[in-house]
Design a protein around this ligand. Structure first.
Ligand code: CP
Ligand code: NVA
Length: 304
């Protein structure tokens, strides 16, 4: 399977790929270029709920002249009503590209193995590449650069954190995560990120201490403590993660011009204090909008 037709992980991309995606998304946002997807169909195959990912993909296809088809978990029964490999082969006969949101990352891999058409990971338990790329686009817009910046991620070493670590290290953005013991980013992701960081002159590190992580940070980023599929652990996670809440006190320890970012949905009063989304440092709604622009660039890349 040709790597350029798939986006399963940020690990599938080079620094040049990420730079080109951001540049193209910026051009599309300005209206300077508009790829033509007339007659193209995107199948959105989702095992989990979504607001941003579903709507931004649907609007992207509509604005570029194509069509999208949302397939809910109840309709498809991926791996239950029908084998994953059969779903992939059938969809390939109707659609031109698939965006899949799954519980297990193995499901995305299996879909990609059997699909004869491009496939985009729209969030799995391991990664959320569309989110990380949209986030870098937002930082690039707000700060004018990615190189030499410091991003402090506070909280769970989840899908969003992993994709962001890989993407930041490809672009020369230093990344530090503050998370409780046993809730960090897996070693396999660190290995790739350390190699990226060495090539791109930045640092990737982990700490247990939220306050020290945000010192001199240009970006303070957090995500939910309990991701979709982990709901039975929500109570214990609320207790373990309590010292990792992003509030005015923690934000005040970052640079005065730091950005606050969150992929949304947010749990106000948990990973972020009430009122933080409305803080002047918060760029979360620009971040949400940029999912639309970056996904147009991603669609263009995999469809070309
Ligand atoms: N950030 C994000 O992916 O949001 P949704 O789960 O609503 O798609
Ligand atoms: N980590 C979160 C991100 C949601 C966009 C989850 O997987 O539920």
């Amino acid at each position: 399977m040709a790597a350029s037709r798939y986006l399963l992980s940020i690990g599938d991309l080079t620094s040049d790929d990420v730079r080109n995606l951001i540049d193209n998304a910026l051009k599309m946002k300005r209206g300077a270029i508009a790829p033509e997807f007339a007659g193209k169909t995107l199948a959105l195959l989702f095992e989990k709920p979504s607001l941003r990912t579903r709507v931004s993909f649907e609007v992207a296809m509509r604005q570029l002249g194509g069509f999208s088809l949302y397939l809910s978990p109840e309709e498809v029964g991926l791996g239950k009503r029908e084998r994953i490999s059969d779903v992939a082969r059938v969809l390939s006969r109707y659609a031109d590209v698939i965006a899949a949101r799954t519980f297990s990352h193995q499901t995305v891999r299996e879909l990609a193995r059997h699909a004869g058409i491009p496939l985009i990971n729209a969030l799995s338990d391991e990664e959320h590449p569309c989110q990380a790329l949209g986030d870098l686009l937002t930082i690039q817009e707000k700060k004018g650069t990615l190189k030499g910046l410091k991003l402090a991620y506070i909280g769970d070493g989840n899908n969003v954190a992993r994709s962001l670590l890989l993407a930041a290290s490809l672009m020369g953005t230093s990344f530090i995560i503050a998370s409780p013991a046993n809730y960090g980013i897996p070693e396999s992701t660190w290995q790739t990120a350390r190699k990226n960081a060495a090539r791109n002159n930045c640092e990737v590190t982990a700490t247990l201490h939220a306050k020290s992580a945000v010192e001199k940070a240009d970006v303070v980023y957090t995500d939910v403590w309990t991701s979709m599929g982990q709901e039975p652990e929500a109570d214990i996670r609320r207790r373990i993660f309590a010292p990792y809440q992003v509030n005015k006190d923690l934000l005040g320890a970052a640079r005065t011009d730091a950005l606050f970012m969150h992929p949304l949905p947010a749990h106000h009063g948990e990973e972020l204090a009430e009122g933080i989304l409305e803080d002047p440092r918060s760029v979360v709604f620009d971040q949400a909008e940029n999912r639309l622009h970056i996904q147009k660039a991603i669609l263009q890349k995999v469809l070309s």
